[in-house]
Design a binder for this molecule. Structure first.
Ligand code: NFE
Ligand code: MG
Length: 580
């Protein structure tokens, strides 16, 4: 007998995601459908606006990836108007993007994904002294590892549970046999969950130092809005510009970031992964991977200088990297065959984002409803495709790309991880591989921050304090028609904004974001998106507690606000959790 399991909303993600999974008599998923259930349409809001302001609107697509839409937006306008960004501004952008990665990935691991693997209630049974011994083996350089420390954390947890107020830990499938960690490992992870909360509050300040605030730091077409002062610290001459005192704070934050990644995040990932090696055979997805590339050493116009290379990997073949051209009309297209949109060319055809259309047409059932008709339209997400093929974007795509291109540190990290877990390279193509890739790339980017910081300081010491190029600031200097694409690697994957500028105003604006690539519905040809493909084959131990679905979906780190560029206009919850 087949049945449909509905998980709606999927929690511990950003935005509103619904999964409908059809299972066979053995509770094995034979067909999964991924649906975004909310829409607003930032792209419509942007029409007619000054392109120099677009970043501030686009950035509101999401408060989780707090700055990536700002970056993609200023780059789109700079690409359209052919504006070069000064080297210091590029370095500051690299530092801000990398800080976003480190912050976001650590938060995702501990606060969104960990509880799929860590049983909070089991931590109550742990022996604090044994936990301390475990912690000192797993993370020998991390200072918070005494028996007293773990006893304190356990007591805090006990108080929650005895008060009947699990709060942030209220809804988990605690006690499910899929949890494999011993109580001590669970207690250690819960302690690091709390440590990571305090840590993230401090390191988020990097964005505020360069961009005035976090989330949603300020940006500027042509550079960055923070002026640099060379006046000595404390001389009172710097005004509101960034002085050496501010830069020293940045140095301290980079140190704090690297310490937490090295001492806690990487060792915890490896330790926890050791108990879940079965998950190296599940949850692959579509087997195609794409990156746009980022972190230029010499500006966006020189892709050979990017730390993350751009390219496409097809069918796991790491020997051939296909080039990605974001301007080519036959490469990237969005389809709406199963989405609640209409296209003027008909629902079966794809459109390149320069010609992209945002014409809402909800044809789904009236809520509350039991099921969506997944043979018809069933999502507010479109289905982006590269040369007609579904692509996974994100940490796994980036790590594979760096690995395929022979990036030395990535190779060492991947080889170390596989050796430690005693797994083959093929293990990367899985739920476990995706989660490990997120951790490993965090280390690569955190370490790279030091180099960009050192370069910035060297430039300033050599007398270069320029952070903005205002040569083409005045709209009168622009052509009457221009179009450009701005791209970045966001924590969840390749992100690009396409802007058409006509008579100094935005004529069309399209954002195609990472979670749309990963979470989008089937296309006109019936090809699944990565979430849908990844879920197929999962066997559910208990369909009423579908933790297996959460593990794989969370391994992608969904952000549905980004994916449909939304927030709900009325704050109304449309649909309730329904597992039947
Ligand atoms: Ni709202 Fe985002 C990231 C973007 S979406 S989190 O990272 O773009 O997938
Ligand atoms: Mg879009």
């Amino acid at each position: 007998m087949t049945q449909t399991i509905v998980v709606d909303p999927i929690t511990r993600i950003e935005g509103h995601l619904r999964i409908e999974a059809e299972t066979d008599a053995d509770n094995r998923i034979i067909r999964a459908s991924s649906a975004g259930t909310m829409v607003r349409g930032i792209e419509i809001i942007l029409r007619g606006r000054d392109p120099r302001d677009a970043w501030a609107f686009a950035q509101r697509i999401c408060g989780v990836c707090t700055l990536v839409h700002g970056i993609a937006s200023v780059r789109a306008v700079e690409d359209a108007l052919k504006i070069d960004v000064p080297p210091n501004a590029q370095l500051i952008r690299n530092l801000m993007i990398a800080a976003q990665f480190v912050h976001d990935h650590v938060m995702h691991f501990y606060h969104l994904h960990a509880l799929d693997w860590v049983d909070v209630i089991s931590a109550l049974k742990a022996n604090p002294k044994a936990t301390s011994e475990l912690a000192q083996t797993v993370s020998p350089s991390y200072p918070k590892s005494s028996p007293g420390y773990f006893a304190d954390v356990q007591n805090r947890l006990k108080t929650f549970v005895e008060g009947g107020q699990l709060g942030i830990f209220a809804n988990g499938y605690w006690g499910h046999p899929a949890y494999k960690l011993p109580p001590e490992a669970n207690l250690m992870a819960v302690a690091h969950y709390l440590d990571a909360l305090a840590w993230q509050r401090d390191v988020a300040k990097l964005h505020a130092i360069f961009g005035g605030k976090n989330p949603h730091p300020n940006f500027l077409v042509g550079g960055v809005p923070c002026a640099i002062s060379v006046h000595p610290q404390g001389s009172g001459e710097a005004g509101t510009s960034l002085d050496m005192g501010g830069l020293e704070k940045v140095q301290n934050i980079i140190r704090q970031m690297r310490d937490f990644v090295d001492q806690v995040y990487v060792p915890d990932t490896l330790a926890i992964a050791g108990f879940y090696k079965d998950w190296s055979k599940l949850g692959e997805g579509v087997g195609n991977f794409m990156t746009y590339g980022d972190f230029p050493a010499k500006g966006m116009s020189d892709p050979s200088s990017y730390l993350i290379p751009s390219g496409v990997i097809l069918n796991r073949d790491l020997t051939t990297i296909h080039p990605v051209d974001l301007d080519a009309e036959n490469q990237i297209q969005e389809f709406v065959a199963h989405s609640w949109y209409d296209y003027s060319v008909g629902k079966e055809k794809g459109l390149h984002p320069y010609q992209g259309e945002t014409e809402l047409n909800y044809t789904g059932p009236k809520p509350p409803y039991a099921n969506l008709d997944t043979n018809a339209s069933y999502s507010w997400l479109k289905s982006p495709r590269w040369q007609g093929k579904a692509m996974e974007v994100g940490p796994l795509a980036r790590v594979l790309m760096l690995y395929a291109k022979g990036h030395e540190q990535t190779r060492e990290l991947v080889d170390m991880t596989l050796k430690k877990l005693d797994l083959p390279v093929a293990a990367l193509y899985s739920t476990l591989g995706r989660t490990a890739a997120r951790t490993l790339e965090t280390k690569v980017f955190a370490d790279s921050m030091q180099g960009w910081y050192d370069q910035l300081i060297a430039n300033i010491k050599a007398g270069d304090v320029k952070t903005h190029n205002d040569k083409l600031w005045e709209p009168a200097s622009w052509p009457s028609l221009a179009k450009g694409v701005g791209f970045t690697e966001a924590p969840r994957g390749a992100l690009a904004h396409w802007a058409v500028i006509k008579d100094q105003k935005i004529d069309n604006y399209q954002a195609v974001v990472p979670s749309t690539w990963n979470a989008g519905p089937r296309d006109a040809a019936g090809q699944e998106g990565p979430y849908e493909a990844a879920l197929r084959g999962h066997q559910l131990y208990d369909p009423k507690q579908p933790i297996e679905i959460l593990r794989t979906i969370h391994s992608f780190d969904p952000c549905i606000a980004c994916a449909v560029h939304v927030t709900d206009p009325n704050g109304v919850e449309l649909i309730k959790v329904k597992i039947k």
